[in-house]
Design a protein around this ligand. Structure first.
Ligand SMILES: [Fe+2]
Length: 467
């Protein structure tokens, strides 16, 4: 294997941003690197064997039409490089750069200047002290989003709720696929209940992300992640939780997910991503901005005024045919849950956003939620605000089944519901404004799910025409 004659002098990289908060996030412009006259380099994935110093694998997230955030966690002692290959040519990396590790071994590298709509492959590479590559991480794959005006079919996946005591076998199935443009993680990706210190939160994340399901999924395609309560603690109250504990939980969340952090507000979770003119994804934070002390009052706060205004403005301005709202806790009415932990406990804000979408006649909206440990497809409400809007529940990926969903199959509000562990794929047809939904299910008891027994359990097409 060769990496050129003089690796110390060959490469100059354009550094376009500096460290953000606690992570060593550095941004690199791929186009600038490609213009390096001393490129190309030569290095194939077969030149170096895989190392066991990347126990949490690799991940890619927050992809746009020119950017991708690449991630790993490295336990070794050697200097690290990131190698990026164009999918069309796996012999010559188009990028080979030094990457920095933050405390805990976490690496976040923000690439920009990528080609829209193209597929790439990447790996992190350990160098020995003579600057020779000796080992690498597993290989990761991702697709860059299409250009803003491209109206093209897309296919994505989604899941939530993978309990640390179970194997997320369902995600091994998803991780073997090569046809998913990206994947939504709706929260409860790691159940960190009981953790109080940063080390304890890191330990819980490592326990879950080192499982075969997550190793496979997160290397197969990029993810767009939000959190739910268990990344912190079951049904935590942000007004009363010990601030240091909440801070440790948030830090561990950002350390372990490939998320591009806001320069102005590094802890902000809500953000949006556009995939051509086909799809825009709005990632909500339904947990950390709540004020339960205001519940059922006139000005009750489920999400901050800033998040609400951003969501309304963004939906109004969106030129995408489909608008997915990633909503960790469902907004639909259900016949059996207490309202206190949900949008329904904050009816002023629930009605504000549902009425806004109806009154502004915003088309192509699909709410996508998790949290309840069952899958369902239905209208947000039978009557009143939201009756023209649809919400699907996805997952759980590895959790006890919730049989409360079964009566939903008899309700006119819902098309279908299932307690089986699952992930879903959404296939967007922007010409007909249809989304084909396919739920892939394992056993009802996640401990009994076997890789070979994961099958399609429900397929349907929903139409999202003009309101
Ligand atoms: Fe959950």
């Amino acid at each position: 294997m060769t990496i050129g004659n003089n690796p110390k002098t060959r490469r100059q990289f354009l550094k376009t941003s500096a460290t953000v908060a606690a992570s060593a996030l550095v941004s690199y412009n791929v186009q600038a690197t490609l213009r390096d006259p001393l490129a190309p380099l030569s290095l194939t994935k077969d030149d170096v064997p895989e190392s066991d110093k990347f126990p949490l694998g690799v991940a890619c997230g927050d992809v746009t039409s020119s950017q991708a955030l690449l991630w790993t966690c490295y336990e070794g002692i050697y200097p690290l490089k990131l190698a990026l290959w164009h999918h069309k040519d796996l012999t010559k990396p188009i990028l080979l750069i030094n990457v920095a590790r933050a405390d805990g071994g976490f690496v976040h590298v923000d690439l920009n200047g990528l080609e829209a709509n193209q597929r790439y492959q990447y790996a992190f590479i350990e160098l020995n002290f003579n600057a020779k590559p000796v080992f690498r991480s597993r290989l990761g794959f991702f697709r860059v989003a299409p250009n803003a005006n491209d109206l093209v079919p897309l296919q994505i996946g989604a899941v939530c709720c993978t309990y640390n005591s179970f194997e997320p076998t369902i995600l091994e199935h998803a991780g073997e696929r090569q046809d998913l443009d990206f994947f939504l993680l709706l929260g409860d990706t790691s159940y960190n209940d009981g953790a109080e210190t940063l080390d304890e939160f890191r330990g819980k994340w490592a326990q879950n992300l080192s499982k075969d399901g997550y190793l496979a999924l997160r290397s197969a395609t990029s993810v767009t992640a939000t959190l739910d309560d268990h990344e912190v603690e079951n049904n935590f109250n942000p007004e009363t939780i010990e601030p240091d504990r909440l801070q440790a939980a948030k830090r561990a969340f950002f350390e372990n997910q490939p998320i591009r952090r806001s320069q102005e507000q590094p802890d902000r979770i809500w953000r949006k991503f556009r995939w051509g003119r086909t799809l825009e994804v709005f990632v909500l934070d339904c947990r950390t901005e709540r004020k339960p002390s205001t519940r059922n009052q006139k000005n009750a706060q489920y999400i901050s005024r800033a998040q609400m205004n951003w969501l309304k403005d963004s939906l109004s301005q969106s030129e995408a045919a489909f608008k997915i709202i990633m909503n960790s806790v469902p907004i639909s009415t259900f016949p059996f849950f207490s309202e206190s932990d949900r949008w329904e406990g904050y009816p002023n804000q629930r009605e504000e956003i549902l009425n806004f979408i109806d009154q502004e006649k915003i088309s192509g909206i699909l709410w996508v939620a998790g949290d309840f440990h069952f899958a369902s497809i239905g209208k947000v409400d039978k009557e009143g605000p939201g009756k023209k809007q649809q919400e699907i529940l996805v997952g759980p990926g590895a959790q006890f089944p919730n049989y409360l969903c079964l009566p939903l199959n008899l309700s006119s509000q819902f098309e279908w519901a299932s307690a089986r562990n699952n992930y879903v794929t959404l296939n967007f047809d922007p010409y007909k404004m249809n989304i084909e939904l396919v739920y892939h299910g394992g056993a009802e008891d996640p401990r009994l799910t076997r890789r070979g027994e994961i099958t399609e359990i429900y397929r349907t097409k929903i139409h999202l025409g003009k309101q």
